[in-house]
Design a protein. Structure first.
Length: 135
């Protein structure tokens, strides 16, 4: 049986302060994209695919990416030696000091639809809805 060698590369998105990951099985050259970001400008309501396009371009070029072992050795959140309880405590402390992310409400509405936009309304336009005076 051949050992699976997974390699992982992170892509930081400065607009959302999130990371998307490319996970590659070097043996089969198959990969998965994890937490890809759809660009969204809350000022104009426009969407784009620039962030996802960067991931796709990287999939096409693939010379070097990090390994799972490297991530386990250096990733501050999930490195080797961090227990689930320690991870939860660290994230709760950190998250308690942060403001609500600017794009959390639009992203939740798309994520709960498995990446699909809300359905179009009678006028043919899809809307992201923001609750007022509730959060």
């Amino acid at each position: 049986m051949n050992a699976v060698k997974l390699q992982v590369e992170g892509f930081f998105d400065p607009a959302t302060w999130t990371l998307s990951y490319l996970v590659l099985d070097a043996g089969s050259n198959r990969c998965a994209l994890v937490d890809s970001v759809l660009d969204y400008d809350p000022k104009s309501g426009r969407t784009g695919t620039g962030s996802a396009d960067r991931l796709i371009a990287r999939v096409r070029e693939l010379k070097y990416i990090s390994s799972v072992a490297e991530q386990r050795a250096t990733n501050i959140h999930i490195r080797t030696g961090i227990s689930e309880d320690e991870f939860v405590q660290m994230r709760e402390r950190r998250d308690a000091s942060l403001e609500m992310p600017v794009l959390i409400l639009p992203s939740v509405q798309v994520n709960m639809r498995a990446g699909h936009f809300p359905p179009e309304e009678d006028n043919g336009v899809a809307y992201i809805k923001i609750p007022l005076n509730q959060l």
